[in-house]
Design a protein around this ligand. Structure first.
Ligand code: AMP
Length: 114
């Protein structure tokens, strides 16, 4: 009988350095890297390293402190890379456009009003 684990997500493969990415922040719980298809001058993904939460609803219920750390990281990145203002987007569910079911925040910043 097979007990194979599901394949690691694309973001876990970035954490493992199996796929290249421009990594901007990393600690034991989170990683932040540039989105490969940017939708704004600054478009960074902030991703908990654990794959245990598929989306922000699961993360909020399961580890609110980690969600708070993710939001603080988004603010800090927006300050470092733009003027400190940002959009924080969590696509949640297939019909929202979510394609990677490993929770992640899109941080969009820089020139958003233009
Ligand atoms: P979502 O549609 O919310 O699930 O977002 C997935 C995001 O991951 C998209 O904005 C993609 O452009 C981005 N993405 C997919 N593969 C990579 C990768 N290898 N490196 C960086 N960003 C990626």
């Amino acid at each position: 009988m097979s007990h194979e684990s599901p394949a690691p997500s694309i973001f876990s493969r970035i954490v493992a350095r199996e796929i290249p990415a421009t990594i901007l922040r990393e600690n034991d719980r989170l990683i932040a890297f540039e989105d490969v298809a940017p939708k704004a001058p600054v478009h960074v993904l902030v991703v908990p390293k654990t794959e245990q939460y598929r989306d922000v609803v699961e993360l909020a219920a399961g580890d609110p402190e980690l969600l708070a750390e993710l939001v603080a990281t988004a603010k800090s990145l927006a300050e470092e890379l733009a003027d400190g203002d940002f959009r924080l987007i969590f696509n949640t569910g297939e019909n929202s456009g979510q394609t990677v079911f490993h929770v992640h925040a899109h941080v969009l910043a820089g020139g958003l009003k233009e």
